[in-house]
Ligand binder design. Structure first.
Ligand SMILES: [Zn+2]
Length: 357
């Protein structure tokens, strides 16, 4: 079968490799891949920045945003049947207390593995084998957008955790600002809007493509280009309840701090690189956070519970806004044509997917 592979920690090694279709054990299922989403992580792995092949293998099969259909089930598998549509979770925990409790996203040791990223093959192959506990059922009405479920779980975890922590008070959030209009930022904006907030999505792009413009319009998200409008002036004196940062640009954190309101939350979702330094007044920040019950929370990865609640919210989005999530997929590439330059181009697309059928 065809598989999209890279050689970890080397630059631009992405190519198609012919590998054997994996065999299932009695407690496993064989999934036929329909499509896999491409994201910044895949690009960075192909740039050699990180990534780890399975033990004893030279290559890593890429891809962690999966969608497929069950082709074969092992004799002991009960909860799935042939033909079921599924998405697989990504992280496989170790034996720390959080991983054992099903919270591998909160792993205490960092010794987890991740399919398509760290020590385990990903989903960009015609078939993959998985244990049922790492799969979720996809209902028929969201099958076209289900490939977005994995990035959607980051938005899902953010919103659930922010609301959970804020149960420490009477909290009726009304206004949210989301920095970044890449898939994670935009999905977070949509979810906050679904939860009833007035949402401002901030980016710095020169050109808003048609897909994004339609998403803003149909969902009713206020779009602000921070190159054309000063964000700090714009929100001066306004109570901002939730600020989500999903740009990957560390400079934006400073802006978040300036917009930080009473009883408000900053959720940090982007993994920033480089070594940008700034002279934040720590005494003032400490004083301000204490006197105003402010919260800054980091959010990474998502365990299976967020895949399950994410499906419910995706169905609600489908009911309320129709096929809007399908608009995220702005480029489709056949697996046999997929190459290095597609990963570069993926940066300029809202979502590129690799099609296997
Ligand atoms: Zn762990």
């Amino acid at each position: 079968m065809k598989a999209v592979v890279i050689e970890p920690l080397k630059e631009n090694t992405l190519h198609i490799e012919n590998v054997e279709i994996p065999e299932i054990k009695d407690d496993e299922v064989l999934v036929k891949v329909i499509r896999v989403g491409v994201c910044g992580t895949d690009k960075e792995i192909n740039e050699g920045l990180y990534g780890e092949a399975p033990q004893g293998s030279k290559f890593l099969i890429l891809g962690h945003e999966s969608f497929g259909k069950i082709e074969k089930i092992g004799a002991d598998v009960k909860d799935f049947k042939v033909g079921d549509m599924v998405v697989a979770t990504v992280r496989r925990g170790d034996d720390c207390i959080n991983c054992v409790a099903g919270e591998s996203d909160m792993c205490l040791t960092g010794n987890y593995k991740e399919r398509g990223i760290k020590g385990l093959n990903g989903y960009m192959s015609e078939y993959y084998v998985e244990k049922p506990e790492n799969l979720v059922h996809i209902p028929d009405n969201i099958k076209e957008e289900a490939v977005l479920l994995e990035p959607f779980t980051i938005a899902e975890k953010t919103v659930i955790q922010v609301f959970k922590i804020q149960q420490r008070m009477v909290w009726e959030p009304k206004t949210a600002i989301v920095f970044g209009t890449g898939p994670v930022g935009l999905l977070t904006s949509i979810l906050l809007k679904l939860k009833g907030l007035n949402v401002y999505a901030v980016d710095r792009t020169e050109h808003i493509d048609d897909a994004k413009a339609e998403i803003f319009k149909r969902i009713g998200i206020n779009h602000i280009n921070s190159k054309q409008e000063n964000v700090i002036d714009k929100f001066k004196g306004m109570q901002i309840d939730i600020i989500a940062e999903a740009t990957g640009n560390p400079i934006v954190f400073n802006e978040c701090l300036q917009l930080f309101g009473v009883n408000s939350v900053i959720a940090l979702l982007s993994v920033t690189g480089g070594n940008f330094k700034t002279d934040i007044d720590v005494a003032k920040l400490n004083y301000d956070m204490v006197l105003n019950n402010k919260l800054i929370v980091g959010v990474v990865n998502a365990n299976k519970s967020y895949f399950i609640s994410g499906i419910k919210d995706m169905q609600e989005i489908r009911d309320k806004y129709g096929d809007i999530l399908e608009k995220f997929i702005t480029r489709r590439v056949k697996v046999s044509d997929f190459n290095n330059s597609d990963l570069q181009k993926a940066n300029f697309e809202l979502k590129t997917v690799v099609e296997f059928e």
